[in-house]
Design a protein around this ligand. Structure first.
Ligand code: 13P
Length: 234
């Protein structure tokens, strides 16, 4: 099981200092933990048991792109994973599937695993468009990649209406959507993200629906993350 902790735009320097010493005390029995802190904190984190991820990468390679961070720079800080296409970036920073495709190509070139986030809006769900939306997002994100390159990507199914709301789809719904992704991409790992908490994680894990979780809000509460890991590893 993979647990990816997306800290989003949280934690000051002092807060992260404390957070990173606490996260190293988590007890893991086989769970693969990926910490995805704010970009400012990437250079200060290193751990032999926790992998490092980035929340974003430039769609450009290194060069005159003020404010950007390239895949090659991330790799030089031992970043092994990177989110792409998170809903917050699609919505607030107008990230397109074409741009996401360029980011994925840059990451793969540096041997960084892209975690491709996909998900439907509430309206799309109500109009029974979820399957079409998910498959279209993936198809456009992986354009021009070889089969081997596509298989390196971790897909994170995050229903937009579930992110930060406390509401999640039923286990059956999640299973149906993940099955539909795995039908087309059988060799890709698929995570679920969106309001994962201590109450819902047990059922999702018992039903063996997912390869792991992408966690936002709860990632800031390491006591709860330890309980969550314990439930998953039970
Ligand atoms: P929450 O866990 O806060 O719903 O956020 C999910 C998310 O966006 C992870 O990338």
């Amino acid at each position: 099981m993979i647990i990816a902790l997306n800290n989003k735009c949280h934690l000051t320097k002092e807060e992260f200092f404390l957070y990173q010493s606490n996260i190293k005390n988590l007890h893991l029995k086989g769970t693969k933990l990926v910490l995805i802190p704010s970009a400012l904190h990437i250079s200060s984190f290193s751990s032999s048991k926790i992998s490092l991820g980035s929340q974003n990468v430039s769609s450009h390679e290194m060069g005159p792109y003020t404010g950007e961070i390239s895949a090659k720079q991330l790799k030089s800080y031992h970043v092994d994973y990177c989110l792409v296409g998170h809903y917050e970036r699609r919505l607030m920073f107008s990230e397109t599937n074409r741009e996401i495709n360029r980011k994925i190509k840059n990451l793969i070139k540096e041997d960084i695993v892209p975690i491709l986030c996909i998900g439907e809006t509430k309206e799309e769900k109500e109009n029974h468009l979820t399957r079409d939306v998910l498959l279209k997002e993936i198809k456009e994100a992986v354009a021009e990649l070889s089969k081997e390159e596509v298989e390196k990507i971790i897909i994170a199914y995050e229903p937009i209406w579930s992110i930060g709301t406390g509401v999640i789809p039923s286990g059956e719904e999640i299973k149906r959507h993940i099955d539909c992704i795995k039908n087309v991409y059988p060799n890709n790992k698929v995570l679920y993200g969106g309001s994962v908490n201590l109450d819902n994680v047990e059922k999702l894990t018992l039903d063996n629906i997912v390869d792991g979780y992408l966690i936002g809000g709860l990632s800031l509460h390491l006591d709860k993350i330890q309980l969550l890991i314990d439930k998953i590893e039970k």
